[in-house]
Design a protein around this ligand. Structure first.
Ligand code: FES
Length: 352
């Protein structure tokens, strides 16, 4: 009952737990359907919002159609700690992407979680290869700026349908020869562009298999066909990182059954521990919300890792994981949006 009271007495203007209020400085169109949102980071939050090139921000967006959590990749240079930029491509029927592209104005305050994500530029790599399409360029843009400023080399393979849909094209054109540019267009034939989609066949002629790291970002077809191609050519899997924006249709979730129907869970979030009995056939995150606990999440599809928590006692298994690293799994992390309890009792924390 105490928990019930606490949630329903929450004031509207209070910042949600685990979120920080940032102010929109400007919203600029980069292409006709992609907006770049610049957010001002107040001095006291600058260390909290320090990010690594490739990471993303999860926001709690208040739109005319309701409040939604969404994650957007950071596209700015990590050296600038007073402003962070995210890019958002408008998708058909997208409530938040339409809101950002059509309505969001300078001066609006939005709740954001601190930067997250494992799709991070290896700062020790001398040469990296980035293979992306569409809005998959967004996290790569942040990596490009790091390489331009600090040093290194990137072979960039960047696909889109048409030239005018190429997000950050003029910004990338202005970079030095540290960035080797290979632009693909699948919907038109133009000078300076390679005609067609990025495929294993086109990569075969151009990609340097000895790159120190490979970053893949874009539609699932591009990511999985490129990953398979690289692995087939002998590139070790630990050199290949990928970032999906949506849950892939080609990946099947595991069927997991627990011995007991319920599990007693003790879960810590922002220093507070709540205990509850959960149905072991339901995802842990859903059970937390059913019990009034506002745990962090964004995609709910296993791709973003915003909902990750660490198992301290007991066990839980994931039906799907497209974002946690093997090391994180070894350390006991799970995606709560994809995990079910597999023990009679479970202790976990969002705070580590
Ligand atoms: S909310 Fe994105 S992985 Fe769970």
């Amino acid at each position: 009952m105490a928990l019930f009271k606490k949630i329903f007495s929450k004031k509207e203007d209070k910042v949600s737990k685990g979120f920080y209020l940032l102010t929109v400085d400007k919203v600029e169109k980069n292409t006709s359907d992609t907006a770049v949102v610049s957010l001002t980071i107040p001095e006291e939050l600058r260390s909290t919002f320090q990010f690594k090139p490739g990471q993303y921000l999860t926001g709690n967006f208040k739109t005319s159609q309701g409040n939604f959590h969404r994650s957007y990749s950071i596209c700015s240079d990590s050296a600038d700690n007073s402003t962070i930029q995210i890019a958002c491509k408008k998708i058909e029927g997208g409530k938040v992407s339409s809101h950002i592209n059509d309505q969001l104005q300078a001066g609006t305050q939005i709740e954001f979680m601190k930067p997250e994500g494992n799709f991070i530029l290896d700062s020790n790599a001398k040469k990296v290869t980035a293979i992306c399409a569409g809005s998959g360029i967004t996290p790569i843009m942040s990596m490009i700026q790091y390489i331009e400023r600090v040093g290194g080399q990137m072979d960039l393979f960047y696909g889109s349908r048409n030239e005018n849909e190429k997000i950050f094209k003029s910004e990338i054109d202005r970079t030095s020869d540290k960035i080797s540019k290979n632009y693909f267009l699948s919907g038109e034939n133009k000078d300076g562009f390679i005609e067609g989609r990025i495929t294993p066949k086109t990569l075969e002629e151009k990609v340097d298999l000895n790159s120190d790291a490979f970053y893949l970002c874009g539609p699932e077809g591009l990511i999985f066909s490129t990953k398979d191609f690289l692995v087939e050519k002998g590139v070790p899997e630990n050199k290949i990182r990928f970032e999906l924006f949506t849950t892939p249709v080609s990946v099947k979730a595991k069927d997991i059954k627990s011995g007991s129907a319920t599990c007693h869970v003790a879960v810590t979030l922002n220093g507070e521990t709540n205990e509850m009995d959960v149905d072991t056939s339901k995802m842990l995150l859903d059970s937390f919300y059913k019990n009034g606990m506002e745990a962090p999440f964004s995609c709910k599809g296993g791709v973003c890792c915003t909902c990750k928590a660490k198992v301290q006692e007991g066990s839980a298994e994931m039906k799907l994981n497209l974002s946690l690293t093997d090391k994180e799994i070894e350390e006991g992390y799970i995606l709560t949006c994809q995990a079910v309890a597999t023990s009679d009792t479970l202790k976990l924390t969002f705070d580590e």
